[in-house]
Design a protein around this ligand. Structure first.
Ligand SMILES: O=C[C@H](O)COP(=O)(O)O
Length: 220
């Protein structure tokens, strides 16, 4: 089943009570859609969503630390403790060092958390795949938030990233993101070999988020 992860980022439209409402909408659409759907809300909204919505929740970032004297940092162990499914790692808006990415992918594996390592081109996708994360998510930063879908604007980046990742480890699932908003964009991504998409503004900033979700999965 293909994957759709919706990143709420720090958008006002996806925060506080609106985050819970959006997570509920994702859950309702996921029940009718032929996709695995998960959400990546702000840290501050994760507990409310876990308490109120039956849906897999991912963190938007995790720090390469353990429990201890790490002010303001979030170790993987805390995600596990809260029942969080996994995390985006190295999102272009929250970049990490190579050693941190390797540490997190390895620690996530030990803890049974799902790792989604974000990359910005074919070379970084190949490098990230060397750590065998569960997912890599290729997202050209210049298209993020643009409304111009990567699956149409830079199909070769998606296709070559899929090839590079699967050559490194055939088990890795490849998402693509940046500008994805419609079912057509999702199908185009999968035609290029992607196993799903990672998106934010196409849904979170939509006037009617539920309608945008239904359009995204082909229910409209
Ligand atoms: O995490 C999501 C990506 O940054 C893509 O964002 P976008 O869908 O707003 O282009």
């Amino acid at each position: 089943m293909a994957t759709i992860i919706i990143n709420f980022k720090a958008y006002r439209e996806g925060s506080g009570e609106r985050a819970v409402a959006l997570a509920k909408a994702v859950r309702e659409v996921a029940e009718k859609a032929d996709f695995y759907m998960a959400v990546a809300p702000s840290f501050l909204d994760i507990s409310d969503i876990l308490r109120n919505v039956e849906i897999d929740v991912f963190a938007q970032h995790t720090d390469a630390v353990g429990y201890g004297s790490n002010t303001g940092r979030i170790p993987p162990e805390m995600l596990k403790e809260k029942g969080i499914r996994g995390s985006l790692i190295n999102h272009s808006e929250r970049r990490l060092r190579l050693a941190d990415i390797e540490f997190l992918v390895s620690r996530f594996r030990e803890l049974g958390l799902t790792s989604v390592v974000c990359t910005n081109n074919v070379a970084t996708t190949q490098a990230a795949a060397a750590f065998s994360p569960d997912y890599v998510a290729i997202e050209p930063p210049e298209l993020i938030g643009s409304g111009i879908p990567v699956s149409k604007a830079e199909p070769e980046v998606v296709e070559n990233s899929v090839k590079a990742a699967k050559k490194m480890d055939s088990e890795i699932r490849v998402l693509c993101g940046a500008g994805i908003a419609t079912y057509e964009d999702v199908v185009a991504a999968m035609d290029l070999g992607a196993d799903g998409v990672l998106l934010a503004s196409g849904v979170v900033k939509a006037k009617d988020q539920k309608k945008a979700l239904e359009e995204l999965v082909g229910l409209r």
